[in-house]
Design a protein around this ligand. Sequence first.
Ligand SMILES: C[S@@+](CC[C@H](N)C(=O)[O-])C[C@H]1O[C@@H](n2cnc3c(N)ncnc32)[C@H](O)[C@@H]1O
Length: 246
Amino acid sequence: MSQAAFDDRVAAYAQSPTHREGPTLDLTRAFARAHPGDLVLDVSTGTGFTAHALAATPTLVVAADIAPNMLRHTRAAAPCEIRVVQTDTHTLAFADRTFDVVTCRHAFHHYQDGRTALGEMTRVVRPGGRVVITDTISPDDAHVAEAMHEIESLRDPSHVCNRYAGQILDLMADVGLSIERNTGTRTAQDFDGWCSRTGVSDDLRQQLWRAFTEDARVRAAFDARETGDGRRFNWPVLVAAGVRRT
Ligand SMILES: C[S@@+](CC[C@H](N)C(=O)[O-])C[C@H]1O[C@@H](n2cnc3c(N)ncnc32)[C@H](O)[C@@H]1O
């Protein structure tokens, strides 16, 4: 999907509770283990929630994204001065071994080539530095994983694919990272807010809710249900930190 299409989503992402807070933000920050004075790169920063959280350490944060409107928002909303750079994660515009830490939260599923993107994150981190990947993953049940892929592709044309946790960990090892820590968590979603973020039609909204609820295995895997607070579900997420070996 084009950079312009991401540029149109600034307001939607900026208001998203899933991106603004929650366990995936806390775990990403904890796994990054950034120290005061570290130089940190947050790739695919979106509206900058991870970059802003890391800047509070206080570290020197560079926030990168392909979409310039995202970067404008990220800089304007930052709690302190941070640098923003427009660059594709597949071809990062930074020299080798520049950063102490690289983070990538809720973006890996947008990448056409996960190995190249991870290779780039590893190239720009120093030996002994850390790369943290946080993203939704495919559930182990292949039938449910296929349903997740169909649901996400229908809702969001920028979705490329979720990977299994093991695939992401293998990729990290292949590009030269030693896995330091990894854990699974869940990201809770308000179904209607999640649909609104990508502007789905009413018809598609109904189709998506049916896809979540008509199949008992899918419904149970994502805990899709109506509550007094609206329709809700959750996705599985991997948070993994790898240390660059050499
Ligand atoms: C869900 S948002 C990221 C959320 C953000 N990391 C956070 O923690 O709140 C996904 C972002 O990935 C960016 N993106 C998608 N493909 C990209 C690519 N190939 N290179 C860099 N950024 C990309 C989009 O522009 C969008 O801003």
